[in-house]
Design a protein around this ligand. Structure first.
Ligand code: BJW
Ligand code: ZN
Length: 252
């Protein structure tokens, strides 16, 4: 049951921030970051593949992993959580969606102006000169007979293209980070959906909101909250909890 005090806070909010992690896309069939290493990839550790050092050491392995993940993302469809977040924009004066995800399921569900803190699977750039290719990547190829795939070359400097995501040790895009922090500091309610909250600086977003006086709601099947005042947990899958919250808060 959703606490009535939370429903009241949702209805009174002038600005809601929705902060999402991999769990929001799990029910679309996209493995969470810490669950990506199944099948062909089970021998590997995600945290050590998602680094510039791993790409420099074995570009074909890392590019193959990201193309496999891009294929999963292209094949996936937005789920009821993405759709309910898009619908929520119709009920509040201002809604800001901040995601750590590198898929585009929020946009495909109809959310506008989504802030991507960790980049995108769909916008590669050159490892050497940083330029983006003029032509978008084609449909992802299944690496033949294994995992490895040669990254395409940059038309400008012949360097290797790399996924347009933020790896460990790299800076987040500063405009996205500043916009996310500003939104967190100026919202009334923040919904933190499907994130383990262990990766910084993104993990500061709900903390900043809470410190600025917002109501913070965690939606996750596993315990991630601390039980502070103004902090709620809706334990369960995003695809069930988010539509229920939006519906109960704003049912006519
Ligand atoms: C469901 C569900 C369902 C399941 N419904 N829920 C301060 C302290 C300590 C360390 C650091 C620090 N500041 C910086 C660092 C270093 C590092 C870091 O944070 N390390 C920690 C791991 C300790 N951060 C960085 O390096 C960042 N850069 C930086 O800070 O630069 C300056 C600097 C450099 C060096 C030193 C110091 C400063 C960059 C971080 C970039 C992270 N990038 C990744 C990879 C992106 C590309 C890719 O996808 O491959 O982003 S890592 C990975 O984690 C990915 C995700 O966006 C991110 C967050 O993961 P998320 O979304 O929470 O997913 P999961 O899988 O962890 O959790 C899923 C959750 O869903 C779970 O809770 C489930 O229960 C739940 N769930 N099903 C709802 N149906
Ligand atoms: Zn280049």
């Amino acid at each position: 049951m959703i606490p009535p005090t939370l429903l009241t806070a949702m209805r009174a909010a002038r600005h809601i921030v929705v902060f999402t992690g991999a769990g929001v896309s799990a029910e679309s069939g996209i493995p969470t970051f810490r669950d990506t290493l199944t099948g062909l990839w089970e021998r590997f550790d995600a945290a050590s593949l998602a680094t510039p050092q791993a790409f420099l050491q074995d570009p074909e392995l890392v590019w193959g992993w990201y193309e496999w993940r891009r294929m999963k993302a292209v094949q996936a469809q937005p789920n009821p959580a993405h759709l309910a977040i898009a619908a929520l924009a119709r009920h509040v004066p201002k809604l800001t969606v901040v995601t750590q995800n590198v898929d585009d399921l929020h946009e495909r569900a109809g959310s506008a102006g989504v802030i991507h803190l960790h980049g995108s699977l769909h916008k590669p750039h050159c490892f050497d000169c940083g330029r983006q290719p003029a032509k978008a990547l084609g449909m992802p190829l299944e690496p033949e007979g294994g995992r490895r795939l040669e990254p395409p070359r940059c038309k400008h400097c012949d360097g290797r293209l790399r996924p347009g995501v933020v790896w460990f040790g790299e800076s987040l895009p500063s405009d996205a980070m500043h916009a996310a922090f500003a939104a967190a500091q100026n919202c009334d309610v923040l919904l933190s959906i499907g994130t383990s909250g262990v990766v910084y600086p993104a993990a500061e977003v709900p903390i900043l909101a809470w410190e600025s006086g917002a109501v913070v709601v965690h939606i996750n099947p596993h315990a991630v909250a601390h039980g502070e005042e103004r902090e709620y947990t809706l334990a369960g899958a995003a695809g069930e909890q988010v539509p229920a919250l939006v519906q109960q808060a704003f049912a006519d």
